[in-house]
Design a protein around this ligand. Sequence first.
Ligand SMILES: Cc1cc2nc3c(=O)[nH]c(=O)nc-3n(C[C@H](O)[C@H](O)[C@H](O)COP(=O)(O)OP(=O)(O)OC[C@H]3O[C@@H](n4cnc5c(N)ncnc54)[C@H](O)[C@@H]3O)c2cc1C
Length: 288
Amino acid sequence: MHLLYPFAKRFIAGENAQAALQSIRKIYENGFLSSMDILGENVNSRQQAEAAKDLYLDLINKVGAFHNPMDYSVKLTQMGLDIDKNYCKNNLAAVLTAAAPNTVRFDMEGSDHTQSTLEMCLELHAEHKHLGQAVQAYLFRTQDDVDQLVEKQISVRLCKGAYKENSSIAYQSMDKIRQNFLHLAFQLLKNGNQPAIATHDEYLLSEILSFVAREKISAESFYFEMLYGVRRDLQKTLLKKGFRVRVYTPFGTAWLPYTIRRLLEKKENIIFVVTQLFRETFGLQKIK
Ligand SMILES: Cc1cc2nc3c(=O)[nH]c(=O)nc-3n(C[C@H](O)[C@H](O)[C@H](O)COP(=O)(O)OP(=O)(O)OC[C@H]3O[C@@H](n4cnc5c(N)ncnc54)[C@H](O)[C@@H]3O)c2cc1C
């Protein structure tokens, strides 16, 4: 596992809250906003779910003195969704209560959890208006989900989707995913509640910038959101153009599944890891 850590370090802001908050300070000093995410998913014991909830409560407490708007991203399977739905709901409610008025947004996980995540979001949103939801443009169902979220004015983060999904439920070609992404993004930009456009795809970004200019969409009515360590050049460019850019900042010890998803998104990432492995195995370090 340690083999992937040099790679993981690029995508995570450390293994604990203290390290992450140092990175967060720099992010804000440079004019960006952040959504903090404590890594973890698919837990199968109450002890693990409880520990994850406590980590969030501790983080929220530490961020309290930071005096800046801060979003939090949470995965439902980290809070015990696969153990018991009501138990998970209580854990999430505790996080939502502590984080208010800051936005807490549910990440969207693999399709086994899509329906239960959306149901949970709708249920908890009735009591906690600062709850938002991520959706994935590659799923056929997302148009209906977005319609429902827009109707309830739940703040949406739109991304392409990071899991391997079957062709019976998800678009497989990049063209189709992009087409659906743009369609949903335009709807959210016109009618959504402070949506976040979460992509590093330059084609999508330039189409969205044209739409925003054409339709005179205010830069105060939405966010761009990008991952920590990915396309910092684009993050800066959008900021310079006067847009709000939020950096999704994960940290924690459970970095492996997140790192593997990032690894698989770009061929060069795999080459980087293989090169590291080669160097380590054959003692090819540059400094002797
Ligand atoms: C803020 C945010 C939140 C997200 N939340 C979720 C979520 O809740 N659920 C979910 O399923 N997915 C989530 N994702 C991941 C998303 O679904 C995609 O898998 C990911 O963003 C890559 O897609 P892309 O739109 O950036 O386009 P791509 O076509 O994958 O990438 C466009 C360009 O961005 C750069 N890039 C993208 N990824 C990497 C990488 N890993 N390493 C190096 N360069 C890279 C490359 O230059 C690439 O050419 C989130 C993404 C973002 C930005």
